[in-house]
Design a protein. Structure first.
Length: 228
């Protein structure tokens, strides 16, 4: 399913450090240095008259429960037309690094809550899968827990009939083609510049500018390892 972005729309990206990527908290317009900035810049270059507003509200270390706690302030109060969510890897890593597991049912409930509230406001939703590119034996132990959280995200996308970007499958495939996970995520979690470019391209492939003024062709047709 392709998300239709209209001229003048507000698009909010929200999630953990993969979205955050060093954005300046003192600058409400800061997009950080990752896939959000890349996607926004490429979309704007392809559709310069569309005047789409892109907003980054990622916060490093966030889990779904954290998103839920700030959802009004950092999402709904911005009156978004499109919301893109990427969350889940911190729930996985903290089970092993901090002995702080998140039951699948709890993760699902927090995600479902924010999805329902956002859909009720009429915003279009994009879910980006969490991804993991194991770089050592420790991270390979995470796979069972990771697969369970990934299954929750996929099931929610199906239940709510949302656009799902198959980020894990894509990053795994691209890492294999590049010769190993380190090319796209040196620590298995945080994307390299190349990894962020892969994410940005995938996001742009999931959206397009709807017909109307400004429409045109083009795009759309640093924390601890466990804190993402």
């Amino acid at each position: 399913m392709t998300v239709q972005i209209k001229p003048g729309d507000t698009v909010v990206f929200i999630g953990d450090s993969i979205t955050d990527c060093g954005r300046d908290r003192a600058d409400a317009g800061s997009l950080g240095d990752g896939f959000v900035a890349l996607a926004a810049g490429m979309f704007a270059a392809a559709h310069p008259a569309a005047a789409v507003r892109f907003v980054n509200r990622g916060i490093s270390g966030n889990c779904a429960v954290d998103l839920r706690g700030r959802w009004d302030r950092d999402c709904l109060d911005l009156e978004p037309d499109v919301v893109s969510i990427l969350v889940g890897i911190n729930e996985v890593s903290r089970r092993f690094d901090r002995d702080d597991p998140t039951p699948n049912a709890v993760f699902e409930e927090h995600c479902r809550h924010i999805l329902e509230r956002t859909a009720n406001r009429g915003a279009q939703l994009i879910l980006m899968e969490p991804f993991l590119l194991p770089v050592d034996e420790e991270q390979r132990r995470w796979r069972g827990e990771f697969d369970e959280k990934l299954a929750v995200v996929r099931a929610l996308a199906e239940k709510f009939d949302l656009t799902l970007i198959a980020t894990h499958e894509l990053m795994t495939r691209e890492a294999a083609a590049a010769g190993g996970p380190g090319v796209l995520a040196g620590d298995g979690i945080h994307p390299s510049p190349a990894g962020h470019a892969v994410l940005a391209k995938a996001w742009l492939a999931a959206v397009e500018l709807s017909a109307g003024p400004g429409a045109g062709s083009g795009a759309g047709s640093g924390d601890d390892r466990e804190d993402v």
